[in-house]
Design a protein around this ligand. Structure first.
Ligand code: 16G
Ligand code: ZN
Length: 528
């Protein structure tokens, strides 16, 4: 009781503004000055979550990813390094909006069925933030919350989002790695060195989005000295965070970032403001810009892992598959299914949906077209790999394949999409295949596509089904879309209400640029 009273008293330092907060797919994300009360309360919730998970450590990441520098946000990380369990998103929303913090917290404590004996067990929280100037003050508010509720709190300073996910996982599951930033670099860089020991590597140029990805990529580069040359641009010394640079700018605008001089033949990557997304790009001989997005990355990784899986002769029940969303380019899906013979699952937009579905496979590769993605390896896969390595009479090919699978797994950050580890696995695969970016790009050609936003009075009237590929309401809309799509070659289009903005999004693709543009425009006209 005293505990909740203390929580209430301390909360007066962080008055709640007149805002309706929602814990969405990206946690809470707003203008930074609106966030102190939310941070205090997420400090509380993280402690409660920890107690509900038997004192396992919970992560609290302060970032607004690709959004402008004046924004910030917060996401909680569950014990195995995964995103906060969906049920708890509504508790987060409730607590953030409550006018009586102590009472709300007490209600939640009862609701999550914590026995009174468990109310005072240790609650462990680790926090990290990106490079936004508002971050340290917001971290302090979260710390105050955790302390007020009697939790133990460890401030890890500035990290990328995936680094914090990794560290949380290692704290709770020490065999995953050493729970520190250094442990992270050591694990992924030593696996990379092992995987690429007999191949030549090409220098890579990183657009750090003027954010946390820049210094952390430089740190990673130190661990790869004399192996993989990495040059970092947009390191925050002059430019603004995410302004005219970064993965989101490059993907949405289909053009190169400012602050990077692009030379023909060079390899380029852009990461976003918290380094959980990555895209590749290059210029062709005539200076034309080419983007290799999340679809290109997932097809590359899937083709390589599938080959190694076949060479290793591991017998798995669920095999390898790829998870995409409706935004995946139709050419990438066709390439996976028809050329690589890899099963493809399509799910709703949002990392949590992809991550969940990827668990259906022994090796589940998932990427959003925007460059967020990773690979999940099943428990069964891991134990069969371990056993096979010890088997007698391994031929050299089989042995090599098993080792390559193991190294790949150690490069990849299974907890969440991770720009740094995704870059390393892509670089390893490209160098083993002796491919440059244009060769990789030629695997399949993207269908021209167009996205539009439509402002409507109430976007919730649009109801979708089949992983957002079809609408069921308003009545008749799907029929109209079908008619428009049927008129163009290789046409595909869908509409969905945005989860992050008050708009309806329209996607269209077709064989030609003109058809894709006019299809998007025509479908948008039906939504309006
Ligand atoms: C969020 C999602 C991202 C998705 C985007 C779609 C996470 C961590 N992030 O940023 O995966 O692509 O929303 O936004 O789940 P939209 O609903 O506005 O199109
Ligand atoms: Zn991000």
């Amino acid at each position: 009781q005293k505990l909740f009273q203390n929580v209430s008293e301390k909360s007066s330092k962080y008055p709640k503004p007149e805002v309706k907060f929602t814990y969405g797919t990206a946690g809470f994300r707003l203008k930074a000055e609106l966030l102190p009360s939310v941070m205090y309360r997420m400090g509380l919730l993280a402690v409660l979550r920890s107690r509900a998970c038997g004192s396992k450590t919970i992560g609290l990441m302060i970032t607004a990813s690709h959004n402008p520098v004046q924004d910030n946000g917060v996401k909680l990380i569950d014990p195995m390094g995964e995103m906060l369990e969906a049920d708890w998103e509504k508790y987060a929303t409730e607590l953030a909006n409550s006018d009586e913090v102590g009472k709300c917290l007490k209600d939640l404590t009862e609701q999550v069925k914590l026995k009174s004996a468990e109310w005072n067990v240790v609650g462990n929280v680790v926090v990290a933030r990106d490079t936004r100037p508002s971050g340290s003050e917001l971290a302090q508010a979260a710390l105050d919350g955790a302390e007020a509720f009697g939790g133990k709190f460890n401030d890890l300073g500035i990290l990328t989002t995936p680094q914090l996910h990794f560290i949380v996982r290692c704290i709770n599951d020490p065999k995953y790695g050493t729970a520190s930033e250094e442990g992270y670099y050591k694990k992924i860089s030593s696996a990379f060195v092992k995987l690429t020991k007999s191949v030549a590597l090409s220098p890579v140029n990183v657009d750090g989005a003027n954010g946390v990805g820049a210094p952390k990529m430089s740190e990673l580069a130190k661990h790869l000295k004399n192996v993989l040359p990495v040059s970092v641009f947009n390191d925050g010394s002059t430019g603004k965070l995410n302004e005219n640079c970064g993965a989101d700018f490059v993907k949405v605008g289909q053009r190169g970032p400012e602050g990077v001089e692009i030379t023909v033949g060079g390899r380029y990557v852009s990461v976003d403001g918290d380094a959980d997304r990555i895209v590749y790009f290059y210029h062709d001989n005539s200076g034309g810009f080419h983007l290799l997005d999340g679809d290109k990355i997932s097809t590359l990784i899937a083709s390589y892992l599938k080959e190694k899986l076949e060479e290793s002769c591991l017998n798995l029940d669920h095999g390898l598959g790829v998870v995409q969303t409706a935004y995946a380019n139709g050419s990438s899906t066709a390439y996976l299914e028809d050329i690589l013979n890899v099963p493809v699952a399509c799910v709703k937009t949002g990392v949590k949906h992809l991550h969940k579905k990827a668990h259906d496979f022994d090796i589940g590769v998932y990427f959003e077209a925007n460059g967020h993605g990773t690979v999940l390896f099943s428990v069964e896969f891991k134990s069969k790999l371990e056993k096979a390595k010890q088997g007698p009479d391994l031929g050299p090919k089989k042995k090599a394949a098993l080792e390559e699978l193991e190294s790949s797994m150690n490069i990849i950050n299974e907890t969440v999409g991770d720009a740094m580890s995704d870059m390393l696995i892509v670089e390893a695969i490209l160098s083993k295949k002796e491919w440059d970016l244009p060769t990789w790009d030629k695997c399949y050609q993207d269908l021209p596509n167009r996205q539009r936003k439509v402002q409507v009075k109430d976007r919730t009237v649009i109801v979708t089904t089949d992983a957002e590929t079809k609408t069921t309401s308003p009545q008749g809309l799907q029929g109209e879309i079908d008619t428009l799509v049927a008129k163009v070659k290789k046409g595909r289009s869908f509409v969905r209400p945005s989860g992050t903005e008050d708009v309806v999004r329209v996607y269209a693709e077709a064989e030609t640029r003109e058809d894709a543009d006019s299809l998007a425009l025509a479908v948008a006209g039906k939504v309006f």
